[in-house]
Design a protein around this ligand. Structure first.
Ligand code: UDP
Length: 238
């Protein structure tokens, strides 16, 4: 069997993806679809760690705009990511995949606390690793979490699942003439303010450590597996 191009990767799924066609919260049917997509990529033999966002439930910035203390609101956002992580774990385990959930905020009854060495061991054993609770620190996004965890777990690339099929030079929803990049340099992604695929701190971490970012549409069947195998999918930022 052909080997995956990337042996160990980090997949970042935004909270938005978890709500499927709903306006808010979690769509269990859509999460089942996501789980199947992840299963097919996992079957290639790639070691996969997943960081999930929480924007479908709560974002710290939104809370603070309405007068909440920002740090409190951010901790709530981190808890939202754990809701999503649990839903994803449930869907993956229903497919028979062995998973481990680690959280950056201790919740011993439902997850292991994040521990790098243990996380690495899970990946080496072929267990699907889900990381909830962001970094456990306020004022940070799950994109930055993905870059940080990707680096400390020695991942060859960060796979950023998005609604559009890659990075464009303008918003394709508003500008029909927007051009898609198939490849892009990390320098360009960092310097060009129009490119909003991940926040600056996440891109800066990847740029400083030469970790590729693959931006792709998860909502297209088979795409994630193709990207893991090294087929041209979406945009590669390298
Ligand atoms: N968050 C945080 N620290 C972290 C990661 C996340 O405070 O290390 C909070 C922050 O409030 C953020 C929320 O968790 O708004 C949900 O994460 P994010 O907005 O990144 O989710 P996504 O946009 O991917 O759905």
């Amino acid at each position: 069997m052909k080997k995956p191009k990337y042996k160990r990767i980090l997949l970042k799924i935004s909270g938005e993806a978890m709500k499927g066609k709903r306006d808010y919260g979690i769509d269990p049917e859509y999460v089942s679809y996501l789980a199947k997509e992840i299963e097919s990529a996992h079957k290639t033999g790639a070691q996969i760690a997943i960081v999930v966002g929480g924007g479908n439930i709560f974002r710290g910035v939104a809370g603070s705009k309405h007068g909440m203390d920002r740090a409190t609101a951010d901790y709530m956002g981190m808890l939202a990511t754990i809701f999503n992580a649990m839903a994803l774990q449930d869907a993956l385990e229903r497919l028979g995949i062995t998973t481990r959930l680690q959280t950056a905020i201790e919740m011993k009854q439902i997850a292991e606390p994040f521990a790098r060495r243990k996380a690495l061991r899970h990946l080496e054993k072929g267990r699907l690793l889900i990381l909830g609770g962001g970094t456990g620190l306020p004022f940070i996004t799950t994109d930055t979490t993905a870059a940080m965890r990707g680096l400390e777990l020695g991942c060859a690339a960060i796979f950023k699942a998005t609604k559009v099929d890659g990075v464009y030079d303008d918003d394709p929803a508003e500008n029909p003439k927007a051009k898609k990049f198939t490849t892009l340099s990390l320098d360009h992604a960092f310097q060009n303010d129009k490119i909003k695929v991940m926040d600056k701190s996440a891109i800066s971490l990847c740029r400083a450590n030469k970790v590729h970012i693959i931006v792709f549409k998860l909502n297209e069947k088979g795409n994630f597996k193709k990207a893991v195998m090294g087929e041209k999918v979406g945009t590669t930022i390298c």
